[in-house]
Design a protein around this ligand. Structure first.
Ligand SMILES: C[C@@]1(CC(=O)O)c2cc3[nH]c(cc4nc(cc5[nH]c(cc(n2)[C@H]1CCC(=O)O)[C@@](C)(CC(=O)O)[C@@H]5CCC(=O)O)C(CC(=O)O)=C4CCC(=O)O)c(CCC(=O)O)c3CC(=O)O
Ligand SMILES: NC(=O)C1=CN([C@@H]2O[C@H](COP(=O)(O)OP(=O)(O)OC[C@H]3O[C@@H](n4cnc5c(N)ncnc54)[C@H](O)[C@@H]3O)[C@@H](O)[C@H]2O)C=CC1
Length: 219
């Protein structure tokens, strides 16, 4: 088992090529659309759930051909029931330096999918790095049911607080101050009910306190 680097890949408006039209392809397409990617599906057949998404994807109704890799493609996801062809596509992607995931061959994946939980800006991914996808699925649900209350609203509240702080103290010269303050405020309010937090009131109080700490007035 080799570890992965877990990073949050920004796929909005980037073109992803999905090869295959079965249930595995469908689960890939759903995740890609959620991440606002442009999705092109190449497959002679589409299962029902995927054909229901036809208005949201570009569908090419045939088998994969090598020239499908000619466009500027940010990633290729292979989900077909033909192992030899999967491996051949994998090698083509490697020649062209395109990141690729081959659903049925872990050794031929530049990246793995994981079990995801999403709630607004919060995204959780669980990976067992190919060891037990079934356990990844179970743990994703387990973690989702053990998150703190109103976590989404709390994250959104801090997002708003950061934006307002930034508009009060814009520019890189205030970066250290903003970071110090947000660190303190996150610790202070992360377990509060976000609907009771008056963002501007909090900023008024803490910015005054912090500025006084920085430049203490003489007695
Ligand atoms: C390597 C990887 C490559 C990749 O797909 O990126 C891969 C490979 C393979 N999976 C297989 C089987 C199953 N996959 C699932 C489910 C999921 N598989 C996912 C990811 C991954 N699967 C990557 C590693 C992720 C990791 O380890 O953390 C999830 C997490 C995400 C997703 O697919 O989007 C999604 C759950 C999503 C959710 O529920 O939230 C289930 C359970 C189920 O269907 O309920 C089973 C049956 C139970 C079992 O085997 O555990 C087989 C066939 C093995 C055989 O032939 O016996 C292979 C090929 C092989 O291993 O050779
Ligand atoms: N990573 C994972 O989590 C899992 C991976 N798998 C593997 O993923 C693969 C796909 O699984 P399913 O979606 O259930 O398969 P499926 O058999 O339902 O669908 C295969 C699809 O690929 C299309 N196809 C076949 N050859 C093609 C080609 N040359 N070019 C374009 N499209 C082609 C078919 O028309 C069909 O739409 C299988 O190899 C399976 O072993 C299966 C379960 C879980």
């Amino acid at each position: 088992m080799t570890k992965s680097l877990l990073i949050a890949w920004q796929t909005a408006n980037k073109l992803a090529l999905v090869i295959g039209g079965g249930s595995v392809a469908y689960s890939r397409v759903r995740k890609l659309l959620d991440a606002e990617a442009r999705v092109r599906v190449v497959s002679p057949t589409l299962e029902k759930e995927l054909s229901d998404l036809e208005t949201e994807i570009e569908y090419v109704a045939r088998k994969f051909v090598d020239s499908d890799l000619d466009d500027e493609i940010s990633m290729v996801l292979v989900a077909i029931d033909d192992h030899q062809e999967s491996s051949r596509i994998y090698k083509l992607c490697k020649e062209r330096g395109v990141p690729v995931n081959v659903a049925d061959v872990p050794e031929e994946c530049d990246f793995y999918f994981g079990a995801n939980y999403d709630d607004g800006p919060l995204q959780v991914l669980v990976s067992t790095n190919g060891e037990s996808p079934g356990m990844a699925s179970y743990l994703g649900k387990y973690i989702a049911s053990h998150l703190p209350p109103h976590v989404r609203e709390t994250i959104e509240m801090f997002g708003e607080m950061r934006r307002r702080l930034r508009s009060r103290f814009p520019g890189p010269e205030h970066s250290k101050f903003r970071m110090r303050l947000m660190k303190k405020l996150t610790q202070e309010y992360r377990e509060s009910d976000p609907s009771t937090v008056d963002i501007d009131g909090v900023l008024d109080k803490y910015t005054t306190e912090s500025l006084n700490e920085q430049h203490p007035t003489r007695p």
